[in-house]
Each structure stands twice: as C-alpha cells, then as structure tokens.
Write a protein that binds this ligand. Structure first.
Ligand SMILES: Nc1nc2c(ncn2[C@@H]2O[C@H](COP(=O)(O)OP(=O)(O)OP(=O)(O)O)[C@@H](O)[C@H]2O)c(=O)[nH]1
Length: 350
C-alpha cells in the first residue's frame, strides 16, 4: 500500500496560524506572503467574525500569479475557535485529500478568535499524522497598542472583582489580545510607519515583557517580513500547548458576546471622500472597532474597497463589479456589544 499522498518522505505539511486583533494587518501580511511565495503552493483558510467574507474576497481579487480562487477557503460567520469541529477540520481534511495538496497552509483567524483551540485541533490524530503547526504569528496594531486600546484599568477590575471574584478583565479587548500574544511564536509589530523609533522600542519592550516566554517581536510596515522567516519557524506548536496559556484554559467553551457585528447596505455613493469622512465620524462617535466592505461609486465600473480600523480609514478601487453582482454596497461593522445599530446605520447612509 502506498503512503498517503500528503506525506512526502515522511514530512508533514506545515501550517502557519496568523492571529491578531481586528484590523491589525493579518490579510495584508497574508497578501505579502502570497506575492513573495516564490512558486510555493500555498492554500489559505480565511476566517471572519462577520457574515461577509471580505478578506477572502480581497485576497481573491489580488491578481497574484499562481494564486487561484480554489486555494482560498473562506470560513465566515463565526470565529474559528468555536467552529473547529464543524468547519475547520472538514475544510482541512478536504485540502489534504486533494490530488495536488498544498505545500503550506496559511490560516488567518478572525480578529476576535482565540488561537489556542485552533492549535489544539492539530493535535487530533487525523490531522496530527499529516500536518504540523510550523508557527503561530501574532500581528499587532502598533498604534492601537500605543494608544492603550488593549489596556486594563486596574481600579475598574478591582471594583468588579469585589462584586464578582471570577472577573478577569474589565476590557474585553485585553483578554482576546493577550490570548493571541500568548499563543505566538513570532510577534509582528505592524504599522511601524505610524510610530516613531522610540515608540517602537518601548512597545517591543512592553510586549516582550507581557508574554509568557521569549518570543521575537519584529517591527514591520504592511506586514512586509520575509516569507522564508514567517513560514519557517519549525515550532510544532501542537506539541507545546502548555507553553501557550489562555484566559479560557480549563473552560469548555467561551462566548464572543462581548462583541457584535452587522452589515449596512448602501446604494451608489457620489463621492468616496465624503463617505469616508462620514465613516470616520461614526466610528469615533460609536467607538466602532472595524468597518470594511465594498461600495459602488456612481459612474465607476470598479468597486471601492473601504477599510476602517477605529477611526483610521483607507479606500481604493480593487476590481470591476462582476456582471452578475448587484451594485449594492455592503459594509461590515464590528464593535463592542450594546451599540446603537439604528443610529450607526442612519449615520453611515448619510
Ligand atoms: N498605516 C498602515 N496601515 C496598514 C498597515 N498594515 C495594514 N494596514 C491597513 O490596516 C487596515 C487593516 O488591514 P488588514 O490587513 O485588513 O487587517 P486584518 O487584521 O486582516 O483585519 P481583520 O481581518 O478585519 O481583523 C487596512 O486598511 C490596511 O491597509 C501598516 O503597516 N501601516
């Protein structure tokens, strides 16, 4: 009997898990890897919290030679940490069973996903025999950390603990961020273009001091790190789970109900800059974490990709609207739960 086709010379297919909070630059980093893959056959699994597969769509429209739509698998509608058995494992199995299986698998988790349950899945016998986690890369939004986005307020925690001793954090973002960092074999301090040298040094020190073991922290712009480094960490993370503590260790399950998402549909807009100004104002007023999607602009055959992280926005035409696509704009909004959906929707529509 011949050996399974996925195990060549006894080697397992490496997988790299790319984690990091909403908007840190995970898709940007994945794109950089694909653009510099030097012919390596890479499959990508893209997971999103919202119900629209924006990241997968952005990667599919990237036009990179050798990167076909079949190599990009979208797992939308729920964080991968909670859908491991239902979505992730069958997807991985299908990739491995292809006639021409990938040489490397990149998994971009949602910005709210906890990486540990995903790494644990690689310890399951059916996957373990054929794959290994080469490394977990945590992408960090440098300016967001510098602004205290993920910081706990010790006084607030003390007050909450007095009422409920099981309270861990007062800031739900902190818990997700810390879990993502704790799981990492390499931390990419991204958006270095928005930071000064002294800030980068200080952040590197703070981050290094906050993780449970020595992990390299590398500053980057637009996720530009040599793929040979990113895809060659040889960490076998599935063998090393205890070194990656999670706030949810010991818990059977966890919830994402600290955060919520919805989609705003809008018609053709007249002018991109006016929309972006409106979005900035809404994002600030409602403390929105992430807005992203595609919008039709009057008179333009191309669709406008809009990306917002907090109140920082970028927009660019990415590809023409397809003949079968309705020219309806769809923007995914993600924020801490309890926001005023109707007010946000009205303000975005203008
Ligand atoms: N200034 C600056 N912007 C960046 C950098 N890297 C990424 N961005 C921008 O940050 C925004 C979010 O980047 P993405 O790569 O989509 O982030 P993500 O982590 O995949 O986002 P989610 O999947 O929604 O969590 C986009 O507008 C990017 O163009 C960087 O190094 N500098």
């Amino acid at each position: 009997m011949s050996a399974p086709n996925t195990v060549r010379n006894g080697a397992k297919i490496p997988a790299t898990v790319i984690t990091g909070f909403l908007g840190a630059g995970k898709t940007t980093l994945v794109r950089h890897v694909l653009e510099n893959a030097a012919g390596k056959r890479i499959a990508i699994i893209v997971n999103e919290f919202g119900s629209l597969g924006i990241d997968g769509d952005l990667l599919k429209s990237c036009g990179i030679a050798g990167c076909s739509d079949d190599d990009i698998v979208e797992l939308s509608n729920g964080c991968i940490c909670c859908t491991v058995a239902d979505d992730f494992l069958p997807t991985m199995q299908a990739l491995l069973d292809r006639d021409d299986p990938p040489e490397h698998v990149l998994i971009e988790t949602s910005g709210l996903a906890l990486p540990k349950p995903l790494i644990k899945a690689f310890d399951w016998p059916t996957i373990r025999s054929r794959m290994t986690v080469d490394g977990v890369i945590a992408v960090v939004d440098g300016p967001a950390v510098a602004s205290g986005r993920f910081a706990d307020d010790p006084d607030a925690i003390a007050r909450q603990r007095a009422e409920d001793p099981s309270v861990d954090h007062d800031n739900p973002l902190a818990e997700v961020y810390e879990d993502q960092l704790s799981a990492a074999d390499l931390i990419v301090l991204n958006k270095a273009d928005l930071l000064g040298d002294a800030q980068i040094d200080a952040l590197r020190e703070t981050i290094s001091g906050s993780v449970p073991r020595a992990v390299k922290v590398v500053a980057a712009r637009e996720g530009r790190i040599d793929p040979a480094v990113l895809l060659g960490l040889l960490a076998a993370a599935e063998d090393d789970l205890d070194a990656r503590p999670s706030h949810h260790d010991g818990a059977d399950d966890h919830e994402h109900d600290d955060f919520d998402t919805f989609v705003v549909e809008i018609g053709e807009i007249a002018e991109p800059d006016a929309l972006v100004e409106r979005l900035k104002t809404v994002a600030e007023a409602h403390d929105i974490l992430r807005i992203k999607g595609f919008v039709p602009v009057a008179g333009k055959p191309m669709r406008l990709a809009v990306q917002g992280v907090g109140a920082r926005f970028r927009h660019a035409y990415d590809r023409p609207w397809g003949p079968a696509e309705d020219r309806t704009g769809r923007l995914v909004v993600i924020a801490e739960a309890g926001f005023d959906k109707a007010a946000i929707e009205a303000a975005i529509r203008g």
